[in-house]
Design a binder for this molecule. Sequence first.
Ligand code: HEC
Length: 92
Amino acid sequence: MKTVITIVALSMALATAPSTQEGKTLYSSAKFKCFQCHGPTGVEGGAGPSFKGVGKKYDKPTLLEHAAHKCPPTGACNPKELGAIVDYLMTL
Ligand code: HEC
């Protein structure tokens, strides 16, 4: 029984990983272009600041607000996609 609970807990923890992975992909995508100013993986910086340790500096709502600053002009960013990008930035 204990083993079953451990396996369930482990798979739930792993289930959160794809969002971070998706965020990483979106971060580097031609749609969002975040990488152009914040560096290829987000820690290099460039025209914009590096995101290293940004998860300790800001909480998620603040980052979501900041993350929307260069959303594609064709429309508001999809909140789910933006959330995934922020989840990724918070791991840096
Ligand atoms: C054209 C260049 C450019 C692009 C593209 C860009 N940023 Fe930025 N970003 C900046 C600059 C410059 C700043 C600092 C000044 C400001 O806040 O506008 C910044 C600041 C930020 C901050 C605040 C960081 C801090 O430490 O205060 C976040 C979060 C952020 N950007 C997320 C994103 C995300 C997510 C994307 C992609 C959707 C993105 N940025 C695309 C240039 C850019």
